[in-house]
Design a protein around this ligand. Sequence first.
Ligand SMILES: O=C[C@H](O)COP(=O)(O)O
Length: 258
Amino acid sequence: MTRKPLLAGNWKMNLDHLEAISLVEGLAAHLKDANFDYDKADVVVIPPFTDIRSVQTVVEADELGIAYGAQDVSVHESGAYTGEVSAAMLSKLGVKYIVVGHSERREYHNESDQLVGEKARVALAGGMIPIICCGEGLDVRKAGKQVEHVLSQIDGALEGISAEDVARSVIAYEPIWAIGTGEVATPEDAQEVCGAIRERVAELYDQNTADAVRVLYGGSVKSSNVKEIMAKPDVDGALVGGASLKAEEFSKIVNFEA
Ligand SMILES: O=C[C@H](O)COP(=O)(O)O
């Protein structure tokens, strides 16, 4: 089964709405110059909440083939939940993807696998695609327990999600020790865990679901290393942080030569 590659740029807490407009316009211009074929890969930008409306305006006005996402979602529908943003609000803004369970939210906001799973279900129920993040810290990696650790995160996050919904979901393996450090997992490291995730999905559901779900790698991805990582059979794309903040660099990542 061929899975369409997905290259997503997680801007994290960077760029105001004016800078967001400029980055999306710059990215689109670089892709146009490179004659990028949007059938080749899904291109996604994931700005902070405050930039989403501006990104929507640019994407719609210029009819860009770029999709956009959100970095989090509330599990609540509406009401007295100060600071929260609902799935319905995001859907109304044309959001297609929602990152859930990023290691930074797990660490700084104590998000558990169960909460991550709940957020994934909320995204799916709202018609959007969750990008479910998982990954081990350096201590776990040093102990050689990365596969076991990630699979237990996956078990928790996928609980109660149907096979059909898992098939349209995205899972992002991001070893914490490789995030923002310049330390990239080797393509073999990425394949080991991404392959194990796919096998787990086959065990929990069936082979068709495992063949359909897209599994990304994230952690210090750049234009200089994306090709070798993407060459691995179970790596379907990348969740990019720092390098997605530069239009030209992210356009090169997106337009990786297969
Ligand atoms: O969501 C993206 C990841 O945390 C990777 O970030 P990075 O590319 O800056 O290492």
